[in-house]
Design a binder for this molecule. Structure first.
Ligand code: ADP
Ligand code: ZN
Ligand code: ZN
Length: 731
């Protein structure tokens, strides 16, 4: 008999410990296998941590352990899910983020392999069946059989489903003349690009490549202005690494937004490339994952979770647009792909290249201290100047257009110019939907999400109110549920409203809109980007999605309709976010031979995040913002961790969070600053109330130990659940 210790699939801290089961069967089983088990009268999936043989009977074991033992129901896998390296990575990630290990495993594996019940219904391997001739001897065959055998002999490989005369084929199989060969299928269909001859690197690119390859350092930060040719540097370095027989991991923030990156890699490396990101179907994910695990692909281009791709011999990890916050997962285990990249880099002795036009302050500060090796591409390819930028003060009435409260006179004039010259424009407004909130004029009732408690946004295209935090939607209301009034008011504006305004002011302009509403349909985003590239529209209106990495040669105007959105958020990163967004957006203008310009509309024209983004002056922004962070003791001068307590009874949660804060104060004393307790921006989730506290600290090891102790205390408390976010962003 075997004792099996498993982690169960629920990723909450209170269940983050091994549970013991028994196994009497004959199947192979060891660490890293999934098993089907009974847990509280429910069939769920467990992940095997450890197995050992025992001579004892079930009763003796139960007496020893002091609880009842059950047998597992079945063994799911035939081999472990992860290799040694990835197992060790899972341990490191779960240790650093103090996250339940099962949640890390679930984040690492595609749906078909994930240790959770849903995986049992997820796609299985699909095969193509090929017919192969194994014996040409025609003795004893009928004429029809000989005809098919001869036909097949002339072909290299024939798909079984393509052969029409099934009965004759069956006979040939029966007589052992042909055999059926099963080959794993790749369900992701990628375009077949012809090889693309690399361009000659510019002197600047050459210098960066040279410095990177000749240095012994492990982590690099490439600071390259928008349009400086960073991608070509990635391709060049990747080629070198592949030639040395090692693998390349290329991460991009959101693949659907940057289909060109995949295109570049496919053109250069064709079938050696596997793709991993959240927009793939579970079947496609599974196939790509196996292609990597089987060693058939040596380059992975992917989004955040691709950092866990099962490449065996990584020689280079690249994070493009390393500042983008989607690299941080915002649910348990709350990992950041950059930190994991650094862990993986150490394991494989491979170099890590972080790159951006606007590096995160954390990365740039580390480069400043020499922890990362700083590389620079300060000029655009072909020495194109950066776009001329104008900041328009919306608080000055002279700038306003009487006919439109969204566009200033200047922005309207420049859009007109672009349309007349048959060029293209991008308009950025970092809010989707039509208006940002709906309320009752009579009683003041605000329509809020019943799950999260935040204001709902009105979407005109489908006449719905939507929560921008969860999936909640409801039909656009006609009357106030509180007082019955029909006088409902919509305030604020988003992408839909801007599109309507453009159509009103410039009826002849063809517009496209890109925001996460477009992402509801899988292929929609690349399609919109392609349409705009092909000049099927004159104006692209969108959220931050349009600011990222695109290369539209005919765009000569970028308009930031309201730069202030976000700056008013009570968040230590809001200046940085605004600066990055505006800089990246402005960088979309004038990327080819035509001169570009940008118009930034704002009520706070003297805010340094805006003035410096307008000048694309990263350096000065970095220095100013570092001063602010220093004064306020925020990262990179400190580290942050947040502790969130949730439960069904609000009073219990409040009582609990005060206990947590007391515990932290008692154990950390002068070593940290504890902020809170506070009610988070999203005050409740479903029927659970939330309260949170923030810890600012310098000594990582100490905090780690104290938080572990805290978790131990809270593991026993029923009704309350504690979650920890290391390096949180939303404070
Ligand atoms: P970034 O990512 O730094 O914003 P890109 O990598 O998109 O910039 O490069 C900008 C443009 O310059 C692209 O159209 C790219 O094909 C082109 N480019 C890059 N390197 C070279 C080169 N060495 N010679 C010619 N064109 C180049
Ligand atoms: Zn009302
Ligand atoms: Zn919600």
């Amino acid at each position: 008999m075997k004792v099996i210790e498993v982690l169960i699939e629920y990723s909450i801290q209170s269940l983050n410990r091994p549970f013991s089961y028994l196994y009497n069967g004959k199947k192979n089983i060891s660490e890293g296998f999934r098993v089907l088990i009974n847990f509280n009268n429910k069939q769920i999936v467990g992940y095997v941590l450890k197995t050992y043989e025992t001579e004892k009977s079930k009763e003796e074991l139960q007496d020893d352990l002091g609880f009842n033992l059950e047998e597992i129901i079945d063994v799911i896998d035939e081999s472990p899910l992860l290799n040694k390296d990835l197992l060790s990575l899972a341990d490191q990630v779960s240790e650093y983020y103090l996250a339940p290990k099962i949640s890390v495993l679930q984040a690492m594996l595609p749906p078909s392999l994930s240790p959770r019940r849903g995986s049992l219904k997820a796609p299985k391997i699909a095969y193509d069946q090929y017919v192969k001739v194994i014996d040409n001897n025609e003795e004893g065959l009928t004429a029809k059989q000989i005809e098919l055998l001869r036909l097949l002999s002339q072909e290299d490989k024939v798909l079984k489903r393509e052969i029409k005369s099934k009965a004759i084929l069956d006979k040939l199989i029966e007589y052992h003349k042909v055999s059926i060969e099963k080959v794993e299928k790749r369900r992701l269909s990628l375009p077949n690009y012809s090889y693309h001859e690399p361009p000659q690197l510019t002197d600047e690119q050459q210098r960066v490549v040279q410095e990177f390859t000749s240095s012994e350092d492990e982590i690099y930060l490439l600071e390259g202005v928008t349009g400086s040719g960073k991608t070509e540097v990635y391709l060049h370095l990747s080629e070198k690494v592949l030639k040395e027989g090692r693998d390349v991991l290329m991460l991009v923030p959101e693949i659907s937004l940057t289909p060109v990156m995949v295109e570049y890699f496919l053109k250069r490396f064709a079938n050696n490339v596997a793709i991993l990101h959240s927009e793939l179907t579970p079947a496609e994910k599974y196939d790509e994952y196996r292609k990597i695990a089987n060693g058939e692909a040596h380059i992975v281009v992917g989004a955040r979770s691709a950092i866990f791709a099962p490449l065996k011999n990584i020689g280079l990890i690249i994070l493009d647009e390393e500042h983008v916050e989607s690299y941080k997962q915002d649910v348990t285990p709350f990992y950041h792909a950059r930190e994991v990249a650094i862990m993986r880099g150490k394991m494989h002795h491979s170099k890590v290249l972080l790159a951006s036009a606007t590096p995160s302050l954390e990365s740039r500060a580390r480069a400043q201290k020499g922890v990362y090796h700083l590389l620079r591409l300060p000029h655009r390819i072909n020495a194109q100047p950066l776009p001329a930028t104008t900041v328009v003060n919306l608080a000055d009435y002279r700038n306003l257009d009487r006919d439109s409260y969204m566009f200033s006179l200047r922005l309207r004039k420049e859009i007109r110019g672009v349309l007349d010259r048959k060029e293209q424009a991008i308009l950025l407004i970092n809010r989707r939907g039509f208006s940002s909130s709906v309320s009752c004029r009579k009683c003041g009732h605000v329509f809020k999400c019943p799950t999260c408690g935040i204001a709902l946004t009105y979407h005109k295209s489908d006449l719905m109110l939507k929560c921008h935090h969860c999936d909640y939607v409801e039909k656009n209301p006609e009357i106030c549920p509180e007082c019955g009034s029909t006088y409902l008011m919509k305030t604020g504006f988003g992408t839909e409203r801007i599109e309507e305004e453009v159509n009103r002011l410039f009826p002849e302009a063809r517009t496209l809109r890109l925001d996460s509403d477009s992402a509801k349909i899988r292929t929609k985003i690349p399609q919109i980007i392609e349409q705009f590239r092909n000049k099927e529209a004159d104006i692209l209106i969108g959220t931050q999605m349009i600011a990222k990495g695109h290369d539209f040669p005919d765009v000569t105007l970028v308009g930031v309709v309201l730069a202030d959105i976000g700056l008013s958020m009570p968040n230590y990163r809001s200046n940085e976010r605004a600066f990055q967004l505006i800089t990246q957006a402005v960088g979309r203008s004038g990327r080819s031979d035509k001169k570009g310009q940008a118009i930034i509309q704002t009520y706070i024209p003297s805010h340094y995040a805006i003035t410096l983004a307008a000048r694309q002056d990263y350096e000065l922004f970095y220095r100013k913002e570092m001063e602010m962070r220093k004064i306020q003791s925020y990262p990179p001068y400190t580290f942050l961790a947040s502790v969130t307590l949730s439960g069904k009874t609000e009073d219990h949660v409040i009582e609990g969070i005060y206990e947590v804060v007391d515990f932290l104060n008692a154990n950390l004393q002068d070593e940290a600053i504890i902020l809170g307790p506070t009610t988070p921006y999203i005050p409740y989730q479903g029927n659970r109330y939330m309260r949170t506290a923030l810890i600012k600290y310098r000594n990582q090891n100490l905090i780690h130990d104290v938080l572990k102790k805290l978790l131990d205390v809270y593991r026993q408390k029923s009704g309350l659940s504690l979650s920890i976010n290391i390096d949180p962003y939303n404070f």
